[in-house]
Design a binder for this molecule. Structure first.
Ligand SMILES: *Cc1c(COP(=O)(O)O)cnc(C)c1O
Length: 381
């Protein structure tokens, strides 16, 4: 098996057989001429299958080490397909500290359709798994979590969950780590989810989602759902994600190195009450990080000592860090989760500290980024 740095460039993307084109062509077509009635060349209609999407799906499967990859129109559309695996009356056990949109999908769309959801801290795997119910069909994990960047022990949770309930599916939203830093299927998960909008696309120019499954049976059911629901990405979007993936390994190395420098710098700043970064975590978290992550990632969160008002002023004062939702791109972004990405959790047990700021550390000069944070701190005092 080639190394990851080779897979990102070549997996699933052999040069085009008709022309030798090095880059996977954008097959901007909805349908395909058939050689005879019912005799086609593997492609009938582009909701079902498209060669550009097929290349992306093969590449994703190779990167995560799974049997099958499936691409979707957005990260949320991919999660929607997973939830459709369940029957009314079944239950999902999710980690708390969840992506806000996932929480909203569970609570506002699916809770009224007869599924039930509960949330628990995954910090202690034994306690987390003790929340499984007779009717639990799916475990939904994120690691690192958003926005507090806490880790959960994927291998231990998967092992305990399978022992208690062999039929339960363990799914991991791997958007923050990417397969370069963490491969959940190797840790015992059944399904990996990505918002390819983030690090995989990597350039803030496309919205997309993906699933990679360990076994063919779940993959087959998800393939039917992908085609039946129809939330597929267009060929141009697939091309953009494939193109972004080619530089994933080098980008992640730089994101991680700069994020660590910035996390260290924030820790020295008087106006900062706490810094969340997996590489600076307490011993228990650091131990999990060293077992399941190759490096701690490119996201850093911190709490402003002066409170929510100061957090808003800080986020509005940066010049290089753009005030924006999303993450994982070449440019640095800043946001206040309680007022932006996680506004839907207000008033719930998952509500976020208004003084928390989340940074997506981009690929600019780290010296310039640190200078920007320093001037924003001075401006927000
Ligand atoms: C962005 C994101 C999603 C949702 O993906 P979209 O592409 O925006 O639909 C899900 N999970 C995490 C962790 C995300 O960051």
């Amino acid at each position: 098996m080639p190394e990851f740095e080779t897979l990102v460039i070549h997996a699933g993307q052999a040069p085009d057989p008709t022309t030798g084109a090095i880059m996977t062509p954008i097959y901007q077509t909805s349908t395909y001429r058939q050689d005879g009635v019912g005799r086609h060349r593997g492609f009938e209609y582009s909701r079902t299958d498209n060669p550009t999407r097929a290349a992306l799906e093969r590449c994703l499967a190779a990167l995560e080490g799974g049997a099958t990859g499936l691409a979707f129109a957005s990260g949320m559309a991919a999660i929607d397909a997973v939830v459709h695996l369940l029957q009314p009356g079944e239950h999902v056990l999710a980690a708390d500290d969840l992506y806000g949109g996932t929480y909203r999908l569970f609570e506002t769309v699916y809770a009224k359709l007869g599924l039930s959801f509960s949330y628990a801290s995954p910090a202690n795997p034994v306690e987390f798994v003790s929340q499984l119910r007779e009717e639990t069909r799916l475990i939904w994990l994120e690691s690192p979590t958003n926005p507090l960047l806490r880790l959960c022990d994927i291998a231990e949770i998967a092992r305990l969950a399978k022992r208690a309930r062999p039929r339960v599916l363990v799914a991991v939203d791997n958007t923050f780590a990417t397969p370069y830093l963490q491969r959940p299927l190797q840790l015992g998960a059944d399904l990996v989810h990505h918002s390819t909008t983030k690090y995989l696309g990597g350039h803030s120019d496309v919205v997309g989602g993906a699933l990679v499954c360990r076994d063919e049976q779940t993959a087959g059911r998800l393939r039917v759902l992908q085609n039946s629901i129809g939330a597929i990405p267009g060929p141009f979007d697939c091309y953009l994600v494939l193109r972004g993936i080619k530089t994933l390994a080098v980008r992640m190395d730089r994101h991680c190195a700069s994020a660590r420098r910035i996390a260290d710098h924030l820790r020295q700043m008087k106006g900062v009450a706490a810094v969340y970064y997996p590489g600076l975590a307490d011993a228990a978290q650091a131990e999990v990080a060293s077992r399941q992550m190759h490096k701690p990632g490119g996201m850093v969160s911190f709490v402003m000592r002066a409170g929510g008002g100061a957090a808003v002023r800080f986020a509005e004062a940066t010049r290089l860090f753009s005030l924006a939702e999303s993450l994982g791109s070449v440019e640095s972004l800043i946001e206040v989760p309680a007022a932006m990405t996680h506004a839907s959790t207000a008033g719930t047990p998952l509500a976020i500290d208004p003084a928390l700021i989340r940074l997506s550390v981009g690929l600019e000069s780290v010296e310039d980024l640190i200078a920007d944070l320093d001037q924003a701190m001075a401006a927000s005092a």
